[in-house]
Design a protein around this ligand. Structure first.
Ligand SMILES: Cc1cc2nc3c(=O)[nH]c(=O)nc-3n(C[C@H](O)[C@H](O)[C@H](O)COP(=O)(O)OP(=O)(O)OC[C@H]3O[C@@H](n4cnc5c(N)ncnc54)[C@H](O)[C@@H]3O)c2cc1C
Length: 412
């Protein structure tokens, strides 16, 4: 059986790994992994790489090392389209035929067609974005440090993060701490009052999905950090440095980072199949495309329904990982001619960091905030990171950052 997996992210890579581990039950298994990059990017630690808590190189693991099995063939290329009738994937470097196709191409930033947003904002999705945001931050400080005048400095040092979900909150608080604990020590001419960090969201509440008590705690912490929280502010247009809101107000920020939403990858949206408002393909309870029993869609690209709530599952790493394991087991069951139940998502928890040494976590029935939550946050994600080599590298970075200052080199 030839399984073709498109997308070397959480869902695709872990599915390939689980299948290899179950190879004994899948005679003749051949896996072709089509991936745009030759590494797996561990997105939950991206903010820590921006702030220099971990080395940017330690965010990634080479796919060939993670999946060094004889049955795996990794092709670093872009998948372009699929002919479902002939069971062929077209890539930028030739075609690949399949018996089972797994679409796991994840998501990209969704600017919701807001005029100027795509052109004016930085985003946080790929590895290069980490370097771009980090360099923009450092360049702003280099530039401001040349200026005498506080107002001119302020123009360079106003950072707006749009989207107060976990990524936006982690980014705004992480940047704030990096600036106050590290950068201000070295940029002697920068006035502390010239620094403005804005966290903007259209909703009346930040961190959707988290319990109210944790959200309130996070909100207080954000305010205590002097981050300007602008809830109920829906962006209407962005014109260069000017963010305009639907309530008629506007604000100026030299650096604007968009973390307000995602949509399924363009590969999925260009398949010619119906997709929802976030570009996701609807799948049945076994994560298959309707009427296409040989095609599965996983992770951020899928609109899979949570059987317990009736709502679509959120775009989260834990969903992608559980789906990967489920499909591996399902393929074995199908091979053996056994019936297999529908996919059931089990929420293990929600975690969000608020700068280093602070976080909020809800794990099963337990709720934590502050340092304990932060320690848990780190342990949970470190546990998820695959391979001893990667775990040790991250552990070393964290230990190092406890005793030494974060790196502030501007590498272009
Ligand atoms: C900054 C950030 C922080 C996050 N933090 C958390 C967190 O703390 N907890 C959590 O649960 N989730 C978190 N997430 C979400 C989580 O990372 C995603 O839900 C998860 O990665 C989805 O897995 P996936 O396999 O669907 O997509 P991805 O992991 O994004 O993988 C998709 C892969 O497909 C590749 N690809 C795309 N198009 C093509 C193509 N045409 N051809 C070939 N390859 C292609 C991409 O390059 C990518 O490698 C975070 C996301 C971000 C951006």
């Amino acid at each position: 059986m030839r399984v073709v997996i498109v997308g070397g992210g959480f869902a695709g890579t872990f599915l390939a790994y689980y299948l290899c581990e179950m190879k004994a039950s899948l005679p003749g298994l051949e896996i072709i992994l089509i991936s745009r990059t030759n590494y797996l990017l561990f997105q939950p630690f991206m903010v820590e790489a921006i702030t220099g808590d971990i080395d940017i190189r330690h965010l990634i693991s080479p796919l060939r090392a993670m999946l060094n099995y004889p049955c795996v063939d990794i092709r670093t290329t872009d998948a372009e389209s699929v002919d479902f009738n002939r069971r062929i994937v077209y890539t930028s470097n030739g075609t690949v035929s399949y018996d089972k196709l797994i679409v796991a191409t994840g998501s990209e930033t969704n600017f919701y067609g807001i005029p100027g947003a795509k052109e004016s904002c930085l985003e946080l999705k790929q590895l290069k974005d980490v370097l771009i945001i980090r360099n923009t931050l450092l360049k702003s400080f280099e530039r401001a440090n040349i200026e005498e005048n506080k107002e001119t400095q302020s123009r360079h040092l106003t950072f707006a993060v749009i989207g107060a979900g976990p990524t936006g909150v982690e980014l705004a608080t992480g940047m704030c701490e990096f600036i106050h604990e590290t950068l201000l020590k070295y940029y002697h001419r920068v006035h502390i009052e010239a620094i403005n960090i804005l966290l903007i969201d259209a909703a009346p509440r930040l961190l959707p999905g988290f319990e109210t008590s944790l959200v309130e705690w996070a909100e207080n912490r954000i305010k205590h950090m002097n981050i300007k929280l602008m809830l109920n502010h829906k962006v209407q247009k962005i014109d260069g440095d000017i963010i305009e809101f639907t309530n008629g107000s506007s604000i100026e920020a030299r650096t604007i980072i968009w973390t307000a939403g995602i949509q399924a990858s363009s590969f999925v949206r260009s398949m010619g199949l119906p997709y929802d408002h976030l570009g996701r393909l609807s799948v049945d309870s076994k994560l298959k495309l309707p009427n296409r029993p040989d095609v599965f869609v996983l992770g951020d690209a899928a609109r899979a329904i949570n059987l317990k709530t009736g709502e679509p599952l959120p775009p989260e790493g834990q969903v992608a990982l559980q789906q990967a394991k489920y499909v591996a087991n399902l393929l074995v069951a199908e091979q053996e001619g056994r019936p297999y139940p529908a996919f059931k998502f089990i929420r293990l928890g929600r975690l969000a960091s608020l700068g280093s040494k602070n976080a909020i976590t809800q794990i099963l029935w337990f709720r934590f905030k502050g340092f304990k939550a932060w320690w848990l946050w780190r342990s949970v994600y470190l546990f998820r990171y695959r391979g001893m080599r990667n775990k040790l590298r991250i552990l070393f970075d964290w230990t190092f950052s406890l005793f030494f200052d974060r790196d502030i080199s501007l590498i272009e």
